[in-house]
Design a protein around this ligand. Structure first.
Ligand SMILES: [Zn+2]
Length: 382
């Protein structure tokens, strides 16, 4: 049986809400004081949407020949961490290997209704990125290349009509023409791992780039105090910016500063999670890299200063963001659900007839999360 009813405080309105569903779909959504008073710590919110997930719960999405079972395991674990939909992210590799991996994953996704729901599309981060030291991050700079119309078309073809986010560095040769073509083919383009001058960044926005990927990362630890990629972004109006809210990738002070400077509506959160997220400390793979993850959740590439993906569980990202911004969790939630969904043209609003997808939580007024149950199609768990 997949029917049910809950009454809780609604994260979006701050009002009581009653959700009723039958066979996994909402049949009634009522809100306002008239429906009664829910228990004080009982909250409900739309599920989280993560636009950058490289792997999860011990599963590396960059691995070749990934099984349906492994992909399903990662998906279930992500769901248990509040995230019911994500963009499966593939990072820089040999182009043919990258395309083959995308085709394989897409075939797996088509074999399972559950995976088709959870994998909302694909995020291709590389190989059209900056190869400059620091800006390349953990990506292999020797595999980076300039985009061409042919490569952009191959990517579209491999992903079919699925939603597709492409992160590129606009300073690469022919990047603006490639960006224009990608947008014309229905891709969303985000700038990242870039050291482009202001003029080029502005040009990229004019030609349809919408976002900037994980600001504060994908750049060297030391930056020129007079002119650097952060300052350039602060003066770029209209761009949406993703941040990794794990308190590690962006320091709390910079995290607050970025929110103040760009405005809260310009920001959305991503985990940039790799296989270690939602798994115990240990050694994990991200494509060709062997990475160490300690108790502190820092993902280390032995011998290199850059972080290589995060070990962040999406639900923890919400509460860490609220802690860094010293505000209520309800305020930041939207930046990890509605905001990223909107960027990709996905729905998050509940409606009668729509899937009964929501997070039911027990949270104290001090932002302490005691319990999380994630309903997907009206059901909890696997
Ligand atoms: Zn990156």
């Amino acid at each position: 049986m997949n029917d049910g009813e809950i009454i809780a405080w609604c994260q979006t309105t701050g009002q009581p809400v009653r959700l009723i569903w039958t066979e996994g779909r909402f049949t009634s959504i009522e809100s306002g004081p008239a429906i009664g008073v829910p228990p004080p710590d009982q909250w409900v919110a739309p599920p989280l949407v993560d636009l950058q997930v490289n792997g999860y719960a011990g599963v590396d999405f960059q691995g070749d020949g990934l099984s349906l079972e492994a992909l399903r395991h990662a998906t279930v674990q992500l769901r248990m961490a509040g995230c019911t939909r994500f963009l499966l992210t593939l990072v820089t590799d040999e182009w043919s290997a990258l395309i083959a991996r995308l085709r394989h994953l897409r075939e797996l996704r088509m074999q399972s209704a559950e995976l088709a729901d959870a994998i909302a599309g694909w995020h291709i981060e590389g190989p059209f990125l900056s190869g400059e030291p620091g800006f390349c991050g953990a990506h292999d700079a020797t595999l980076m290349r300039d985009p061409t119309p042919e490569l952009i078309r191959q990517l579209r073809d491999a992903a079919g009509n699925d939603p597709l986010l492409l992160t590129l560095a606009p300073e690469r040769q022919n990047a603006i023409a490639a960006l224009e073509l990608a947008v014309g083919l229905g891709m969303r383009v985000s700038l990242g791992h870039t050291n482009a001058p202001v003029k080029r960044l502005k040009q990229a926005l004019q030609y349809g780039a919408l976002a900037f990927t994980h600001l504060g990362n994908g750049c060297p630890r030391e930056l020129d105090r007079h002119d650097n990629i952060l300052w350039r972004l602060f003066e770029l109006p209209g761009v949406k910016v993703s941040l990794i809210p794990d308190e590690i990738h962006v320091s709390p002070a910079l995290f607050r500063l970025i929110h103040r400077e760009l405005g809260r509506d310009a920001i959305f959160y991503v985990s940039d999670a790799m296989a270690a997220a939602g798994a115990p400390p240990g050694t994990y793979r991200l494509g060709r890299l062997e990475l160490e993850v300690g108790e502190d959740q820092v993902v280390r590439y032995p011998g290199k200063p850059n972080f290589a993906g995060s070990a962040l569980r999406p639900i923890d990202g919400v509460f860490r963001a609220a802690e860094m911004l010293r505000c209520a969790w309800q305020e930041v939630w939207t930046r990890y659900s509605e905001a990223p969904a909107k960027l990709m043209g996905l729905e998050t609003a509940w409606r009668v007839g729509g899937a009964a997808d929501f997070c039911l939580m027990e949270v104290t007024p001090e932002n302490q999360l005691f319990d999380l149950k994630v309903y997907s199609g009206g059901k909890v768990g696997e």
